[in-house]
Design a protein around this ligand. Structure first.
Ligand SMILES: [Mn+2]
Length: 282
């Protein structure tokens, strides 16, 4: 390591949606984050290990093992580590209120901040049933949309030849994308609503891979983001103040500061893995 950045000590850290066992997981970045951040309590807010993908095909590089080892080491050295399983690691839900070595497993918990505010902590997929799902379509890029237009053209020529009326695939997709945007809003409002219903001051969740820290309907809505796309975590300092840690920005700043020094070994993943994650369920 050629940087001398000090370790930051937090009261609490929340990380989720690491998706270990998939090529989309940015384990190197998370290892760097874990090296530079310590906390009294670390909440692993679900989708830590991607059981769905691992069942399909085994992918477990050394760095993914290192992440697990590093977290276990923190737990052994006195950090309280609480694992709240998500939909991709729901196999662990059978072990709720048990402990894996030094790691507690819970479905959800109420965390009390240093200033007394109380937050509901859970992955968030528990509310998928009441929210219309279409998130994957939100990731359709422009090029895919153009492809849809092209397909639409040929698709309808074929329909015409078969004597069928025109049906717009592109319109259909557009409609779906609009629904996906409203899915995020619905998710945020549903989770904030649940915290309000329970007379808590806010909620911390993950699941939709969109880091956020703001007030929604009078309560605090916090989403700690993910380690597939946004490389972010939520942190509480010793006064109870919350902030989002954008590790991609920290790394970019470090690279700029280190200009002239030899480049660090952290590298962005190859394109295929970046593409591979596009269609993945949140
Ligand atoms: Mn999830």
């Amino acid at each position: 390591m050629n940087d001398i950045r000090p370790i930051q000590y937090w009261r609490t850290l929340w990380i989720s949606d690491i998706h270990l066992g998939t090529s989309g997981c940015k384990a190197e970045f998370l290892l760097d984050f874990l090296d530079h951040n310590e906390a009294d309590t670390v909440y692993l807010v679900g989708d830590i290990i991607d059981g769905w993908q691992l069942r399909k095909h085994w992918y477990w590089p050394r760095t993914h093992n290192d992440v697990v080892q590093k977290i276990l080491r923190k737990a052994r050295n006195g950090t309280r580590v609480v694992f709240l399983p998500g939909n991709h690691d729901e196999f662990a839900r059978d072990f709720t209120s048990y402990a894996f070595g030094d790691i507690e497993v819970q479905d959800e918990v109420v965390h009390t901040l240093a200033d007394g505010r109380r937050l509901l902590v859970l992955h968030g997929d528990q509310f998928d049933g009441v929210i219309q799902h279409g998130k994957w379509l939100a990731r359709l890029g422009d090029s895919l949309y153009n492809l849809a237009l092209w397909l639409n053209h040929h698709f309808n020529r074929l329909r015409h030849r078969c004597g069928l009326h025109y049906w717009s695939l592109s319109q259909y997709l557009k409609h779906k994308v609009k629904n996906a945007v409203s899915f995020i809003t619905d998710f945020e409002e549903t989770l904030a609503g649940e915290a309000r219903r329970r007379r808590l001051d806010g909620v911390v969740c993950g699941h939709i891979h969109k880091a956020e820290l703001r007030e929604v309907g009078g309560v605090l809505y916090c989403n700690d983001g993910d380690w597939v796309e946004s490389l972010s975590a939520l942190a509480e300092d010793h006064e109870g103040r919350l902030q989002l840690l954008d590790w991609a920005a920290v790394l970019a700043a470090r690279c700029t500061a280190a200009r002239g020094r030899p480049p660090r070994t952290l590298a962005l993943p190859a394109l295929p893995s970046a593409l591979g994650r596009q269609s993945r369920h949140p």
